[in-house]
Design a protein around this ligand. Sequence first.
Ligand code: ZN
Length: 66
Amino acid sequence: MGRTVSSQPLQCTACGANDVIQIELTLPDGTEVEFYSCHTCEARWWNRDGEPLALDTVLDMARKTK
Ligand SMILES: [Zn+2]
């Protein structure tokens, strides 16, 4: 069992595997988001403050520089 930053195990919401990586990113507007990627099924998703974030929303925020 590996160590994770959060107290919750990282589990893929698509396939249920625990083979998920977490990357913390800061968008150009200063918003801190977390990017998750599953090695098993290649599902990817985003969170902000623990809330699921749509990819379109992330891309929209990434385009805004202020
Ligand atoms: Zn998966």
